[in-house]
Ligand binder design. Structure first.
Ligand code: ATP
Ligand code: MG
Length: 443
């Protein structure tokens, strides 16, 4: 009782101090205990501080903890140079060329340590002809490091030793108010790095906080700047959206802001077809659900889902022109992948898995003789089956097929025999004995 009372009185009198341009938010105001900092991040800040450096947990982790969410990972910012960081921790290595960072390993955990950086003044900043920042990797101090970050909520520094938060841009107040606000002039910041427009959409959807009006306003007129962003970086960001655990909200926001056109050519094509849209939305929902259950999600599965309707359309056309189903599928897959490669740089390494998932779809139709048994043994069966369920749920194929396979997988030998469908009349059995083509030919 007394404790509670003391706590209340203490909390009421707790105030942020200021130090230079920073507000220092004490524990009594923010209530994030150091126990919520990961083991590795705590060891890194302790180690650096013991060696005489400043070190703070920074960025997304502080923001997530303040919002009561579990951070994906913990980053540390310090005034030590990468070489100095490396000297403090035996199990660490310097990575990156443009931004040199240090990865420090503690068992399974990897902590990313970055040296405070500053934004280069406009006169000597190197920008491309669209104003995009090409160099922002000069070392700086904590205040400069805060200023080069994107959103006020992402620019908070937490010191596990004192449990204080250093706040230069009123990020704490913004988080409390549920607002995502860009630091500085929105137009200037989007010109420096257009990807920030996408980050604004992704973070507000993922965190369930609203985008400040002035932060959102210029996006409509500035979105064409995204055309100049290198493809690989675009794909990175799109993947982050799709795998954010809130992909459905992200896509909804993108559409609301008219940002999905050109950005995701594969969505452009598909979302305009009612059948395709249902399938995509289901695939995204399914991904979000898996994420919330802590299950793995493969980008290849997602890409396979996003492109499925295109494959199907190409395949239907070829079959109508008289090609045989399996051959037509190979041609359709290659056509669609080649077309998408030009627009969105889906890395080649996903091709093999995507093709396997697609190819196995036809084999679900075959439910007689030994074929279902052989399909079960395919290493990609599970993914292909999940894919089939999406097709059922979107009414592309009859639910009965999904249910049949659901039962067949776990059924007893006797029950499986009962379930098998009669062989088609004619020499089906003999044909099957012919040497089969290798299934791995897809890649
Ligand atoms: P997530 O939860 O998705 O990891 P995050 O905010 O941690 O979100 P990261 O990409 O991990 O995102 O970036 C870490 C930090 O680096 C951010 O919190 C932000 O302070 C800064 N940052 C990242 N991208 C940019 C950018 N394009 N411009 C300015 N600052 C950025
Ligand atoms: Mg992060």
């Amino acid at each position: 009782m007394i404790k509670k009372l003391l706590k209340r009185v203490f909390r009421r009198s707790a105030k942020a101090k200021t130090a230079g341009n920073a507000q220092i938010i004490p524990y009594a105001l923010h209530n994030v205990p150091r126990e919520q900092i990961s083991y590795g991040a705590k060891r890194v800040t302790d180690g650096l501080q013991a060696a005489g450096f400043q070190a703070y947990v920074v960025g997304g982790a502080v923001r997530d903890l303040l919002l009561g969410k579990t951070p994906k990972d913990f980053d540390v910012a310090t005034n030590a140079t990468p070489e100095e960081v490396k000297r403090v921790f035996r199990r660490s290595r310097i990575i990156g060329r443009r931004f040199r960072l240090v990865h420090v390993m503690f068992g399974e955990e990897l902590v990313e340590v970055s040296t405070f950086r500053r934004m280069i003044e406009t006169e000597d900043a190197q920008t491309d002809e669209h104003g995009r920042l090409l160099r922002d990797n000069e070392f700086g101090d904590q205040e400069q490091d805060a200023a080069r970050r994107d959103f006020t909520a992402n620019a908070l520094f937490y010191d596990p030793a004192t449990q204080e938060i250093f706040d230069y841009h009123r990020g704490f107040a913004d988080i409390r108010a549920g607002v995502l606000r860009i630091i500085g002039d929105p137009q200037v910041r989007y010109r420096e790095d257009p990807v920030r427009m996408l980050r604004a959409v992704r973070l507000s959807a993922k965190l369930g906080i609203r985008l400040d009006a002035a932060t959102a306003a210029p996006i409509a007129t500035m979105k064409s700047l995204l055309d100049n962003v290198p493809e690989a970086r675009m794909l990175d960001e799109v993947l982050k959206m799709l795998l954010s655990g809130h992909s459905v909200e992200c896509i909804q926001e993108l559409r609301k802001m008219q940002l999905h056109h050109g950005l995701l050519p594969l969505l452009d094509v598909i979302m305009e077809q009612p059948a395709g849209e249902k399938f995509i939305t289901l695939a995204l929902k399914n991904t979000d659900e898996r994420m919330s259950q802590g299950k793995s999600v493969s980008p290849a599965f997602l890409f396979a889902a996003l492109l499925w309707n295109e494959v199907l359309a190409a395949w239907n056309l070829l079959v109508a022109q008289g090609e045989r189903p399996v051959g037509a599928m190979h041609t359709a897959m290659d056509e669609v992948l080649a077309r998408q490669k030009k627009k969105l740089a889906i890395p080649h390494r996903h091709d093999a898995i995507m093709k396997e998932i697609w190819l196995l779809q036809q084999r679900f139709e075959q439910r007689s003789g030994q074929r279902p048994y052989r399909l079960l043994e395919q290493p990609r069966f599970r993914a292909a089956f999940d894919f089939l369920l999406l097709r059922c749920a979107s009414n592309e194929v009859d639910n009965e097929l999904g249910l049949w396979w659901d039962e067949f997988q776990d059924a007893s030998d006797v029950r499986r025999q009962e379930m098998l469908q009669p062989e088609a009349a004619g020499g089906a059995k003999k044909r099957r004995r012919k040497p089969r083509k290798k299934t791995g030919q897809a890649s």
